[in-house]
Design a protein around this ligand. Structure first.
Ligand code: ZN
Length: 90
């Protein structure tokens, strides 16, 4: 179980999917503790952003190329895109 946090992008209060102790809620410790986690799961612990969908409001490319599932996970051309695809990065 995770812990309760509020997404500063959409305002939703939710439970993180990963349970990172407070002292570890920074990028390097979180990535080390959860090497197989998806980016949005890490981001919940690092910044509080709840989903790829909220994260993508702040990226430099147009997020309209993506679709999202009910959890806000990113899909590109019908495939799960854990990270922004390299081909889209200018
Ligand atoms: Zn959000």
């Amino acid at each position: 179980m995770g812990y309760t946090v509020t997404c500063w992008s959409c305002g939703k209060t939710y439970e993180t999917e990963l349970d990172a102790p407070p002292r570890n809620r920074r990028p390097t410790p979180v990535k080390t503790m959860f090497p197989d986690a998806e980016q949005y799961q890490l981001e919940q612990c690092i910044s509080g952003i709840c989903s790829d969908k909220c994260y993508d409001k702040y990226i430099i490319i147009d997020p309209s190329v993506f679709t999202y599932d009910e959890k806000g996970r990113r899909f590109y051309k019908g495939e799960r895109a854990v990270f922004i695809p390299d081909e889209l990065i200018p």
